[in-house]
Design a protein around this ligand. Structure first.
Ligand SMILES: Nc1ncnc2c1ncn2[C@@H]1O[C@H](COP(=O)(O)OP(=O)(O)OP(=O)(O)O)[C@@H](O)[C@H]1O
Ligand SMILES: [Mg+2]
Length: 413
């Protein structure tokens, strides 16, 4: 018999923008109080934003669902409502069972308390007795690999350490419902793998998991159902494969090339990406690339700064990351010149991609701050070509990279 674990009824969440984020309880109380004194208005007050609208769905106990969608789609807001970190403006969420959650770094733990104290605090919040928590304690510490820092206040933790402990707590305190937001974005690859393994275990034990991630391979491996959020509403809800392909198709529908107009982006925004140009070179037609030929990615910005870093990742048509480029990893042939204007360019002598369709995500940072992040900032097709004299044909099902190589073949003389 299946039972409902999570029920969302017409959830909507409105944020007032330009007044900072309201992630702490104190901020929420302050917001609640100030709301009391606002005159009721017909229509929409300026500076409000609906992060979620009319979101209704049910998740059965034991279901493992992936929530996907572009930056700003409302995924984290939904998980924050489910884990009671924030209240919905309208509608309600009902959860049946003990909830463990790992949301973005910065929520869930008390910064002044040590790692050890936070483990007990979280257990108590989940309704566990002290002895029960004690029993799990060693497992949590072993999994998190942060034993040396157990008695350090978590505000001194690096984001990687924080996520290690937060995940260990969320997954080991036997939640019946596990909510995980983007854990894979932080931490090293080995730890990410360990987290995925642990989530698979939790799911295998028949517990309910909601998993938010931009990593389609991870979502696909872990989840059976998918919910695709777009602009705060449920755009698609179905099998994980159908959901991912619907999502990837909509990434391609991004209108026009005027990236400045795009609202689905993240970052401070003091510096923004306005246009991406992809071609073989300065004088070559845009958008045409071939395997084994040169390639040039140009990013036009609203301005420039000396501590600017540009990062971009190429994804294949299935949404798997293929290659990442980062201007902060210095190479001997890099050139710095004020004459480049507000444009940063990445040149490749030989494109080692197999024929097919690709997209790129772009991030701009200045200092340590994310200024702008755009998913699907540009698309490009790679045509068949030649790599050092050897033809490269289209065989996308055998992989997306091509490499210069030579054969040594025995001859039957
Ligand atoms: N505390 C807040 N105050 C004001 N606006 C907010 C707040 N939290 C989120 N928003 C806005 O609500 C919208 C949804 O944000 P949310 O963080 O839920 O998106 P997301 O799908 O998790 O995106 P990402 O993939 O970038 O993590 C965005 O436009 C965001 O700027
Ligand atoms: Mg988010």
């Amino acid at each position: 018999m299946s039972a409902v674990a999570i029920r969302c009824e017409k959830i909507a969440k409105r944020y007032r923008i330009g007044v900072g984020r309201h992630d702490t309880l104190r901020d929420q109380i302050a917001e609640g109080v100030s709301r009391l004194f606002q005159p009721a208005k017909g229509g929409e007050a300026p500076g409000t934003l609906w992060a979620l609208r009319d979101v209704s769905f049910e998740v059965q106990a034991g279901e493992v669902a992936g929530i996907i969608g572009r930056n700003g789609a409302g995924k984290s807001t939904l998980l924050k409502i489910l884990s009671r970190i924030t209240e919905p403006t309208q509608g309600r969420a009902v959860l049946f069972g003990r909830v463990g959650s790992l949301l973005e770094v910065g929520t869930g733990f008390h910064p002044e308390l040590t790692g050890r104290e936070n483990i007990f605090l979280n257990g108590a919040i989940l309704g566990m007795r002290r002895e029960e928590i004690q029993q799990k304690f060693d497992e949590i510490v072993a999994f998190s690999e942060i034993e040396r820092f157990l008695d350090t206040p978590v505000k001194r933790y690096s984001s990687g350490m924080y996520v290690r402990l937060a995940f260990a707590v969320a997954a080991h305190l036997e939640p019946e419902i596990l909510l995980v937001d983007e854990v894979l974005a932080v931490g090293d690859v080995a730890f990410q793998r360990k987290c995925l393994g642990k989530m698979g275990e939790v799911a295998g034990e028949g517990r309910t998991v909601l998993f938010v991630s931009h990593n389609m391979a991870a979502v696909q491996a872990l989840c059976t159902r998918g919910i695709f959020l777009r602009k705060g509403t449920i755009w698609f809800d179905g099998s994980i494969n159908d959901t991912i392909s619907t999502y990837l198709r909509t990434l391609e529908e991004i209108p026009g090339q005027d990236l400045a107009e795009r609202v689905e982006r993240r970052g401070k925004g003091a510096l923004r990406l306005t246009r991406v140009e992809i071609s073989e070179g300065e004088t070559m037609p845009a958008g045409i690339l071939a395997a084994g030929r040169p390639a040039q990615f140009s990013f036009y910005l609203t301005g420039t700064r000396s501590d600017l870093t540009c990062t971009f990742t190429i994804y294949d048509q299935y949404g798997k990351p293929v290659a990442n480029f980062n201007s902060a990893t210095l190479g001997p042939e890099d050139v710095y010149d004020a004459a480049f204007g507000p444009r940063i360019t990445c040149e490749l002598d030989e494109l080692l991609l197999a024929p097919g369709r690709y997209r790129i995500n772009v991030a701009l940072t200045a200092g340590n701050e994310l200024e702008d992040h755009l998913e699907g900032a540009a698309f490009f097709d790679v045509d068949p070509g030649q790599l050092r004299g050897r033809p490269v044909h289209a065989h996308s099902k055998y992989g997306v990279v091509t490499m210069p190589h030579r054969w040594k073949v025995p001859l039957d003389l």
